[in-house]
Design a protein around this ligand. Structure first.
Ligand SMILES: [Zn+2]
Length: 410
């Protein structure tokens, strides 16, 4: 035994293998570019009982089949550790169990160090690139990824969450969606799930309950005006106040304005190639474009009237909390009498959501808070490219947005 320890000293030390384990042999397969390192344990050694944790369990027998673990590469060689596993008998719990080894998670086919490397690489590059680089199927890499991300997510403290924003993101090919629930105070993704109907809100509620969080802790919810989210929140979080995101409100008004322009453009050559001018905020236009829109905006054109309605509702959020309801009411009357059918319809939709739109003056919540998060979600999508399942995409969202600190090791 002394000889072995000496002969394979370099592997022994490099692997950092602890007593009673030691390197008994190795083989270098030149053609396959594989290094196999064989481990054994000293006879008479005692092990920790994997069931109760007492350190003096003695070996009962040896599991016959060789187990192996992929380890960090040794230069250009893929490296595998091999060992036959002892089963121990524990006097305390009177059970026979296969021991856990120090170099890997129970039942894992990789060592801790290999998993740590994979987690690091998956943070930095698309999974397909990692799979190519390490020469493992991506399904196995995702399995590692899920394990550590789930573990880190379980450690997120959600006990103080009061204000959340709901947002949907397309997952694949633009017609599949995931919905994300974000704590707007800590800017962390709490929960992401497939779909964008009312049931996702119910799932979020169950998720909180499973973690021992009272759903009534949630006081404020910000979302777009999707009927599904509204219905879901009203049903599952009846005590929470909803704020409808002002960017979505403006989007709706802009769409109405654009409809007015499109139908008018057929008879009005002055409207050719002006779409951008009407839809952009003035401060984002170039100087000549600004002059152009200033000239257009006071004309008799229907589009100009619709535009003035847009500018006016845009000012809503600059009003004081006490003035805002009156201002909104006046705007609504103006819009419904404007004889611009699309604007009238938009105004009616906003009227139905008045309470939630005006809630902003208390909550000050918008999904604009999510912009940074959305760009991270897009980064997650790129990194998870070819992610095969939505579960993989969701896991990548958690890791990327929450910048999870992944701790790999016993
Ligand atoms: Zn035991």
């Amino acid at each position: 035994m002394q000889d072995f320890e000496h002969k394979y000293d370099v592997f022994q030390k490099a692997l950092n293998i602890d007593d009673p384990w030691y390197v008994i042999d190795y083989e270098l397969l030149q053609k396959e570019q594989i290094l196999n390192i064989y481990l054994d344990f000293k006879r008479g050694a005692k092990f920790v009982c994997p069931h109760c944790g007492q350190p003096n369990a003695s070996v009962h027998d040896i599991v016959n089949d060789d187990r192996s673990w992929r380890h960090l590469d040794f230069w250009q060689f893929k490296t595998y550790l091999h060992a036959r596993m002892p089963r121990v008998h524990c006097d305390i719990c009177d059970k026979i169990r296969t021991v856990h080894v120090d170099w890997s998670r129970p039942k894992a086919g990789f060592t801790w160090m290999f998993e740590a490397e994979v987690m690091q690489l998956m943070k930095e590059m698309p999974v397909a690139a990692v799979a190519r680089k390490v020469g493992e199927h991506d399904t196995r890499l995702w399995r590692i990824f899920h394990y550590y991300v789930d573990k880190a997510m379980k450690q997120l403290d959600m006990t103080h969450v009061k204000r959340i924003a709901i947002d949907e993101t397309s997952s694949r090919r633009g017609h599949e969606y995931v919905t994300t629930f974000v704590d707007t105070d800590s800017k962390r993704v709490l929960f992401t799930t497939e779909g964008k109907d009312a049931s996702v809100v119910k799932e979020f509620k169950s998720f909180l309950e499973d973690r021992g969080i009272n759903p009534e802790n949630i006081e404020e919810v910000c979302s777009d005006m999707s009927p599904a989210f509204k219905k879901g929140v009203e049903r599952e979080f009846p005590k929470a106040h909803i704020t409808f995101d002002k960017f979505h409100v403006m989007k709706l008004v802009n769409e109405a304005l654009d409809q007015v322009r499109r139908s008018e453009q057929r008879d009005e050559p002055t409207l050719k190639r002006t779409r951008y001018l009407w839809l952009k905020n003035q401060e984002n236009l170039k100087k000549d474009q600004q002059e152009h829109i200033l000239k257009l905006k006071d004309t008799h054109l229907k589009t100009a009237r619709a535009y003035r309605l847009k500018l006016s509702i845009q000012d809503l959020w600059k009003k004081s909390r006490s003035l805002a309801p009156i201002y909104f009411q006046e705007w609504y009357h103006w819009a419904v009498r404007s004889q611009l059918e699309p604007m009238k319809k938009a105004a009616q939709t906003l009227k139905k959501h008045e309470k939630g739109i005006l809630r902003w003056f208390v909550s000050k919540m918008t999904n604009g808070l999510l912009e940074g998060i959305n760009s991270l979600v897009q980064a997650a999508k790129r990194k998870a490219r070819g992610y095969r399942t939505t579960k993989n995409f969701i896991s990548m969202i958690y890791a990327t947005v929450n910048k999870l600190i992944i701790q790999v090791g016993p």
